[in-house]
Design a protein around this ligand. Structure first.
Ligand SMILES: *[C@@H]1O[C@H](CO)[C@@H](O)[C@H](O)[C@H]1NC(C)=O
Ligand SMILES: *[C@@H]1O[C@H](CO)[C@@H](O)[C@H](O)[C@H]1NC(C)=O
Length: 280
């Protein structure tokens, strides 16, 4: 009798423990699945980089062809047609790719702005010599934004072509009162995001209205629309803000860009490989 009762309760106990273990396993699998689905399915390695020097910045326009700036200030273009990197320029401080494929860069020694507009290997100077440009953002060939050494915001607007060759831009201060570390012209709606006061992200409305959009300092932003931007913080975390909410995407990101379609391209800070994070 006693023996019988004991064996029943041991049986029950075992069944109870079994049920708990199985439940825990199911929950673990479920959570694992959710977190995996959230990111891993979207990430694909597109390049194990083989350029001399570490990578500093990546930028991309409409599709998958992207540009890389190395720590040695060399600018490369990844041609999908030739399936290789093509060296495009030396002595580059910053560069940007526009929605229409326009590429502009700032010379590291002179702080002048150059653009490619006629021949794949010719770069024409388009600034007016009045500013020491530091960072650049290209909406398209008609509109280019820079920041200068005094953290002012400057806009270059295409005016006319001189001698069938030189593009003449009008350069004007957007604002020299407030602080602009970087400007990003959003591809979808040409809204303007800035890294402003304390390097936080703001939506630029006008000189006197910058709507704060981040609680932490960012070292890089790239905007797609008034409601869609990505940013990399000083701890190498990649963030994406969609419809009012910042979402942590991943760590170990040195530089990132987002193309017109919403695919994110980034440089992994641990080994300088390049990844594409497809939009779902
Ligand atoms: C913004 O400020 C700049 C100078 O900092 C000035 O030239 C421009 O007219 C101002 N724009 C507006 C809309 O107030
Ligand atoms: C680069 O580092 C990531 C982790 O951050 C790793 O998943 C990936 O396999 C590494 N790639 C190479 C080529 O070592």
């Amino acid at each position: 009798m006693t023996f019988h009762q004991t064996s029943i309760s041991i049986n029950k106990l075992l069944r109870f423990i079994g049920t708990i273990i199985i439940s825990i396993l199911i929950i673990c699998l479920f959570i694992n699945d959710i977190s995996n689905n959230f990111n891993n399915n979207r990430i694909s390695k597109i390049e194990v980089i083989s350029l001399p020097g570490d990578q500093k910045k990546i930028d991309v326009g409409y599709g998958d062809d992207y540009w890389i700036l190395t720590e040695n200030n060399e600018l490369y273009y990844k041609s999908m047609m030739l399936r290789k990197f093509i060296h495009k320029r030396s002595g580059v401080l910053d560069f940007a790719v526009g929605l229409d494929g326009t590429v502009a860069y700032i010379d590291i020694y002179t702080n002048e702005v150059y653009v490619r507009n006629m021949n794949v290997d010719w770069w024409y100077r388009i600034d007016d010599g009045n500013h020491a440009h530091q960072t650049i953002s290209v909406c398209d060939y008609k509109t280019i934004f820079t920041t200068n050494d005094k953290l002012d915001c400057i806009k270059g607007v295409y005016d006319y072509k001189k001698d069938d060759k030189l593009d003449i831009y009008n350069w004007e201060y957007v604002d020299f009162y407030y602080t602009y570390y970087q400007v990003s012209c959003a591809f979808h709606d040409h809204s303007i995001w800035i890294r402003g006061n304390e390097e936080h992200a703001y939506l630029y409305i006008n000189n006197y209205t910058h709507i704060p959009r981040s609680e932490i300092a960012l070292k890089q932003i790239k905007a797609l629309s008034e409601q869609h931007v990505i940013g990399v913080d000083y701890y190498n975390n990649l963030w994406e803000r969609i419809r009012g909410t910042w979402i942590w995407v991943k760590n170990n990101v040195k530089s990132a860009s987002i193309n017109y379609n919403g695919d994110i391209f980034y440089i992994d800070s641990t080994n300088d490989s390049i990844y594409k994070l497809s939009k779902n």
